[in-house]
Write a protein of this length. Structure first.
Length: 202
């Protein structure tokens, strides 16, 4: 008797109309940029909510993520909307960026998934790929949150310490805006450290 086959569940389409969920620190970072367009790097882009926003603001964006399936859909959507977004499927520690290329580099809620040694490596890479006068916007979760085996939460003041040689334009450690993962689901909130910093001229 042949085995009964079952169709694989269809993957949910990605909703790219997420303007309301654009990271507030990315919007804030644009207030400090000295140009209205340029090159932007989105490390750990996910579905690209911030990448699309920056592209619509006139930036040529490189979106880096290790989920190749998500990036394929991101690239298709960018093509449909005629936006300049290049996708690179790799993990953050393996991405090779050109020196002094980017005017804006963002990493939103991703670095806390890396061990401390890799965080230092990635931030050093982010810095070396940033043009003089360029801006970084980074957000991470801190140890005020419940411990998690997947995340290496940041200590108090740790994120700021990586930018002691840069001009710090904004820094905060606080509880974020409450959110739900589903319309009727439980309410969550995360304690985050956020920084906006500018590379000084040598």
């Amino acid at each position: 008797m042949p085995l009964e086959s079952h169709p694989k569940p269809a993957q949910k389409p990605i909703d790219f109309s997420q303007e309301k969920t654009i990271s507030s620190i990315v919007k804030r970072a644009l207030q400090y940029t000295q140009i209205s367009h340029g090159y932007a790097l989105d490390l750990g882009s996910g579905v690209g909510r911030n990448s699309f926003f920056l592209a619509e603001e006139g930036y040529s964006v490189v979106a880096v993520d290790q989920d190749c399936n998500v990036l394929r859909k991101l690239a298709q959507e960018a093509h449909r909307r005629e936006l300049l977004i290049e996708t690179v499927c790799t993990d953050m520690t393996s991405y090779n960026a050109d020196a002094d290329r980017f005017n804006l580099v963002i990493s939103i809620n991703t670095l806390h998934f890396l061990p401390r040694t890799d965080v230092s490596k990635v931030i050093a890479l982010m810095k070396s790929s940033t043009a003089i006068g360029g801006i970084h916007a980074v957000s991470v979760q801190t140890t005020h949150n419940k411990p998690n085996k997947v995340k290496r939460l940041f200590d108090e003041g740790e994120l700021k310490s990586y930018y002691s040689d840069w001009e710090i334009l904004h820094y905060s450690e606080d509880w974020g805006t409450p959110f739900r993962l589903a319309p009727q689901g439980p309410v969550f909130t995360k304690h985050r450290a956020e920084i906006i910093a500018r590379r000084r001229a040598k």
